[in-house]
Design a protein around this ligand. Structure first.
Ligand code: DAT
Ligand code: MG
Length: 137
């Protein structure tokens, strides 16, 4: 069993599509072991996205992810990291086929609806940033 971190980004809350997205993960069979709504501050956002520091889109990314509340979830299941990434689609929604979350809900790379950890090591680090041990049930 693996665990992975999923974030529903501010545009998902503004557009009211969180329930539909969460339902996809439930339907697939993932267990939700942690969930919270929060607004990231800039420090937390910079830590979460630190591998992208210095890239041209970094400041815009921090601006965007801190612009409103998000939903953070820890999903558990077999090969959770890869399967969630497959369900999300490509980073650019324009390259994400219909049937994926970004392919069904997005059109802009800067508003691509969802984040999912990209490896087991990343998942471990990201989960710790969002959840205390006693918040994972
Ligand atoms: P992913 O979220 O698919 O793991 P990533 O880790 O490469 O993609 O980038 C993190 C986020 O940064 C991504 O979800 C949206 C934003 N981003 C990435 N590349 C971008 C670009 N070329 N222009 C604008 N935003 C970008
Ligand atoms: Mg990434």
């Amino acid at each position: 069993m693996e665990r992975t971190l999923v974030l529903l980004k501010p545009e998902a809350l503004k557009r009211g599509i969180c329930g539909e997205i969460i339902a996809r993960f439930e339907r697939r069979g993932f267990k939700i072991v942690g969930m919270k709504m929060l607004r990231m501050d800039r420090e937390m956002a910079r830590e979460h996205y630190k591998v992208h520091e210095g890239k041209p889109f970094f400041e815009g990314l921090i601006e965007h992810i801190t612009s409103g509340p998000i939903i953070a979830m820890v999903l558990e299941g077999p090969s959770a990291v890869r399967v969630v990434r497959d369900m999300m689609g490509a980073t650019d929604p324009l390259n994400s086929p219909p049937g994926t979350i970004r392919g069904d809900y997005g059109l802009h790379i800067g508003e691509n609806i969802i984040h999912g950890s990209d490896s087991l090591e990343t998942a471990e680090r990201e989960i710790k940033l969002f959840f205390r041990d006693d918040e994972l049930l």
